[in-house]
Design a binder for this molecule. Structure first.
Ligand SMILES: *Cc1c(COP(=O)(O)O)cnc(C)c1O
Length: 422
């Protein structure tokens, strides 16, 4: 569910008219809905309210400070994968003891920073990392709380680039060697291993892979406890999918997901940590773009818009099908025509939609690319020397620019000439 709807024939975000934002800010821009962000967090929280749990929002999905602040005010913790994200979470006041640090390649500098902040815990992915973290902690006179990320070799049945729980993915330690790695970790002086971490992938739309993975986690918890390890929390990762196209795969409901967690690991007396990213942010954002030209070739109709793959890379990177709505509802009564929606970048992969039946747009029309709140703005680049696009946050009838459009001076001024050229 989300808060993007037509009123008086114009697409609104909550009570704000998108045409008005476009007049004020120019296009393209990302626009997020506070009510949608809050709703997604609350639905998940409610589904887990009868279990000892902590929701750590995966910052990488959308790390804008205003988005983080909105979610943090509801009591969320955060899951970070770099010191940059850790700093972002701390900057909006997320308590350090609600922050989990994940990722396959943490540097010693990052470990040092996080240890000094006294974060809730590290999700560690290899024996090399365990040893490094222990030695950094000893140097600092700190103790690192650790969950080891175990790779359950489960097929999440999602796009290859966002599947993370198969044995040939780079993530975690193999399930079969988990016990011996926990034993090794138990002997290291700078760390306490008190949890297990799993994250099998993203945009998962069936419960079966979750059930399989959580069952394995439950089994492993018992084995580790039997070997003397005090396992107090299970971090079950993120990965719950969202619907991208109206007739696409429907993801499981948070209630059904919570029920699976209860059935598989509910009686172990552990705290359950969740790391949702996409299911909180994806549906809460749209990308608004303006049609520049409508180009007809002998075989195809191309609608050329002012947003491009550098602004939203998901269609070309993950074959993602984002729904597209005209901002003027009257256009949707037109006959839909097969077309590609493409950006101005000099790459064939620069498209927002391919072979899609959409109304025939004219130059100047606005369109909204839906479900763009997660892995959208955070993955943007300035390729082709295009300016990063602004981000807008709406709350009821108010909107605010939460990241302004930079100027060309700013973009070009990031470079500097060496002495021999200046
Ligand atoms: C990316 C990631 C998440 C969030 O995944 P979503 O699919 O956005 O919910 C959670 N945990 C880890 C370790 C991740 O890498």
């Amino acid at each position: 569910m989300h808060h993007f709807k037509y009123h008086n024939n114009v697409l609104h975000v909550e009570d704000v008219d998108i045409i008005n934002i476009a007049k004020d800010i120019g296009t393209p821009f990302y626009c997020y809905s506070t009510a949608t962000l809050e709703r997604h967090y609350s639905v998940l929280m409610k589904a887990f309210s009868n279990q000892n749990s902590l929701i750590c929002y995966a910052v990488k999905a959308n790390s804008n400070q205003a988005v983080l602040a909105t979610i943090a005010r509801l009591g969320a913790g955060m899951d970070v994968v770099s010191v940059g994200e850790l700093r972002r979470a701390r900057a909006v006041g997320v308590p350090a003891d609600k922050i989990i640090f994940a990722g396959v390649g943490k540097t010693r500098d990052e470990m040092t920073y996080a240890l000094r902040e006294h974060i809730l815990g590290f999700n560690v992915e290899s024996t090399e990392e365990l040893e490094a973290l222990s030695s950094v902690a000893v140097e600092l006179g700190e103790i690192a709380r650790v969950a080891i990320r175990v790779n359950p070799d489960v097929d999440a049945r999602t796009h290859a680039k966002i599947s993370t729980g198969k044995s040939n993915d780079k993530f975690g330690v193999p399930f079969s060697s988990a016990l011996s790695i926990y034993n090794e970790a138990g002997r290291l002086p700078g760390i306490i291993v008190n949890g297990i971490h799993m994250h099998i992938g993203s945009q998962i739309t069936s419960l079966a892979p979750f059930r399989e993975a959580f069952n394995l986690m439950g089994q492993l918890t018992k084995n580790l406890r039997h070997a003397g390890h005090k396992i107090q929390h299970l971090d079950i990762g993120g990965g719950l999918g969202v619907p991208y196209l109206k007739n696409g795969d429907l993801p499981p409901s948070p209630e059904d997901y919570a029920a699976i967690v209860r059935q598989t690991i509910g009686d172990l007396g552990v705290k359950v940590i969740l790391e949702p990213g996409r299911m909180i942010a994806a549906n809460a954002g749209v990308l608004v773009t303006r049609v520049i030209f409508v180009k007809r070739t002998e075989t195809k109709l191309f609608t050329v818009v002012d947003a491009a793959m550098n602004d939203l890379i998901r269609p070309t990177l993950y074959d993602a099908d984002h729904e597209i709505w005209p901002v003027s509802e009257s256009l949707s009564t037109n006959v839909n025509v097969l077309q590609d929606v493409v950006g101005p970048i000099c790459e064939t992969g620069d498209y927002l939609a391919q072979n899609r039946y959409l109304p025939v747009f004219r130059s100047g029309d606005l369109m909204a690319v839906l479900t763009a709140g997660a892995y959208g703005a955070v993955m943007a680049s300035t390729y082709n020397s295009r300016l990063m696009i602004p981000e807008i946050l709406v709350k009821e009838n108010m909107f605010a620019v939460v990241r302004p459009r930079p100027t060309y001076d700013h973009l070009i001024g990031l470079d500097c000439l060496p002495s021999w050229l200046s």
